[in-house]
Design a protein around this ligand. Sequence first.
Ligand SMILES: NC(=O)c1ccc[n+]([C@@H]2O[C@H](COP(=O)([O-])OP(=O)(O)OC[C@H]3O[C@@H](n4cnc5c(N)ncnc54)[C@H](OP(=O)(O)O)[C@@H]3O)[C@@H](O)[C@H]2O)c1
Length: 324
Amino acid sequence: MNRAIRFERTGGPEVMEWVAHAPGAPGPGEVRVRHHAVGVNFIDTYHRGGLYPVPLPSGLGSEAAGVVETVGEGVTQLRAGDRVAYAGGPLGAYAESRVMPAAPLLKLPDGIGFDTAAAMMLKGLTAQYLLRQTFVVQPGQTILLHAAAGGVGLIAAQWARALGATVIGTVGSDDKAELARAHGCAHVINYRRENVVEHVREITGGRGVPVVYDGVGKDTFFASLDCLAPRGLLVSYGNASGAVPPFALLELSNRGSLYVTRPTLVHYTATRDALEAAAAELFDAVASGAVRIEIAQRYPLADAAIAHADLQARRTTGSIVLDV
Ligand SMILES: NC(=O)c1ccc[n+]([C@@H]2O[C@H](COP(=O)([O-])OP(=O)(O)OC[C@H]3O[C@@H](n4cnc5c(N)ncnc54)[C@H](OP(=O)(O)O)[C@@H]3O)[C@@H](O)[C@H]2O)c1
């Protein structure tokens, strides 16, 4: 018998239960994967808490790495023994083993271990589409990245620097500022006590930045708009502080014909070709050393609720991995 985390009602971390779980045999197009490491992402807290509603009861988690145990009918691209990782598919990554569709699974290059893979797939593919697709960062540009010491933050900051950008990062503590500086940020602003807009204007000689990457949401939304140069783009890709409430479109016109997008990874990896192309760039960025994956916290899978509490209390940096 295997075990997994499930929840029957939405709420705080206490709704997460460590239960017996029988994954069963894979059906057509499916595989059974034995996990070696599982990734924790902020989106898992939105599913658990009800911000992103899911049918209940439900498993939790969208990112893990492990070994294929059995393949179902019609699965030709994978076989038992393959080392794989994924970001996406049905919820249920917080499990010792599981059955899932083969479609989101990627074979792991030899140089990337299970822990690193579980720490980088969802956050790294997100960094890839943000920097290379939503707004294509060019050498010489100065960009603003919120929560730069977080999971997506540390990866995106390093990657943007490798692309030749000057990265301004925001963080919530002095320790996080040091970490962000060590991972690609040329300038760091502690947004708990410093004025972000003033600092960004100062750093950019009054011009503002062409793009802001904002995973914080509610608390930073208008400051992010105020940091943009005319016709700049706000990429509002998350809600760590809460969802951005409705706002008047005139706010964009008044601030300089601005653009806003609210993207999500699933639409950037909707086809197998798109997923493979993004993953190839991510694996290259890590293999070349341009992006180092920092696993700053580890917890036993059974203690995933503690990981959630720490993540939501802003006690974590970089990636969180659950040991299976
Ligand atoms: N749209 C997509 O495709 C996509 C994909 C992946 C992730 N995301 C989003 O990207 C963001 C980062 O995800 P992650 O998993 O890497 O998490 P994370 O950045 O490791 O954790 C969130 C960070 O947000 C900051 N924060 C600011 N205000 C906060 C508040 N009121 N409560 C909690 N945290 C707050 C904290 O850093 P400081 O203490 O430094 O402020 C915290 O560490 C999340 O919003 C997530 O939903 C979106």
